[in-house]
Design a binder for this molecule. Structure first.
Ligand SMILES: [Zn+2]
Length: 243
């Protein structure tokens, strides 16, 4: 049984993002509006009496994202009970196959989302304006520098998917009748970023929280891809993440 206290928030958020917030076995959505009903299951068990425990694995490795698989409670119970049917090798393959399907679904979503999905998410986002407002200075940085400085290398693959369709976001924003629309969205992202930063979140958690926020916590891949492109658009414009 995964003990949350021993898994860092960063590793947990990375696991959920790579899993598309879904169970690696049955693909049901496990995170909704920041409420998580899924479980971070250890592949190699954490304690000697745990399933698939291997004394040669360090505690750090065992509690890292690499050794975790995101599962619903039903399936977590099954894999920890029937270890002959679910040895580590089978779970590592299940995890990587699932994460690969998530990437494919996001890539497909990037080609399929339209102004309709952008309309839904951006009209929600602009309503968030001014709920909390603070001022902050942002400096321009090259995207790659920023990825490194923000320690986002682990989510680089998702940033790349977002980059595939940032031009759609740009066209969409350019045809808005309200000339201040893009500025309003920037402000919403900056405010959200500041809140997350102030709460002490690391870069990976901030990126993932902003992504969930950008797609209004919707789990449909068209919305997740549209939200990712929107986030990456502001990221690329150097307006959201600070130095
Ligand atoms: Zn499941």
């Amino acid at each position: 049984m995964a003990n949350k206290a021993t898994i860092s928030k960063k590793d947990e958020r990375l696991l959920h993002t790579k899993s598309g917030n879904r169970c690696a076995k049955c693909n049901i959505v496990l995170v909704d509006r920041s409420v998580c009903v899924g479980q971070n299951a250890h592949i190699y068990g954490e304690k000697p009496d745990a399933a698939r425990y291997d004394i040669s694995k360090s505690v750090e490795y065992v509690n890292s994202e690499k050794n975790l698989i995101f599962l619903c409670s039903n399936f977590h119970k099954i894999v920890d009970t029937d270890v002959l049917l679910f040895p580590a090798k089978v779970l590592f393959k299940m995890k990587s196959d699932h994460e690969h399907r998530v990437i494919q679904a996001l890539q497909k979503g990037s080609l399929e989302y339209t102004y309709a999905e952008l309309e839904v998410i951006t009209s929600f986002l602009v309503q968030e304006i001014g709920k909390k407002s603070r001022s902050v200075n942002f400096e321009l940085l090259r995207l790659q520098d920023k990825i490194e400085k923000n320690q986002l290398v682990e989510v680089q693959g998702y940033i790349d998917i977002g980059l595939l369709s940032v031009s759609s976001v740009e066209y969409y924003l350019n045809r808005q009748p309200d000339p201040s629309f893009a500025g309003k969205l920037t402000r919403v992202f900056v405010e959200k970023y500041n809140d997350l930063k102030r709460d002490g979140n690391d870069a990976i958690s901030i990126f993932n929280s902003l992504w969930d926020f950008a797609c209004n916590d919707q789990s449909d891949y068209k919305y997740r891809s549209a939200g990712l492109a929107l986030l990456v658009y502001f990221f690329e414009k150097c307006e959201v993440f600070e130095k």
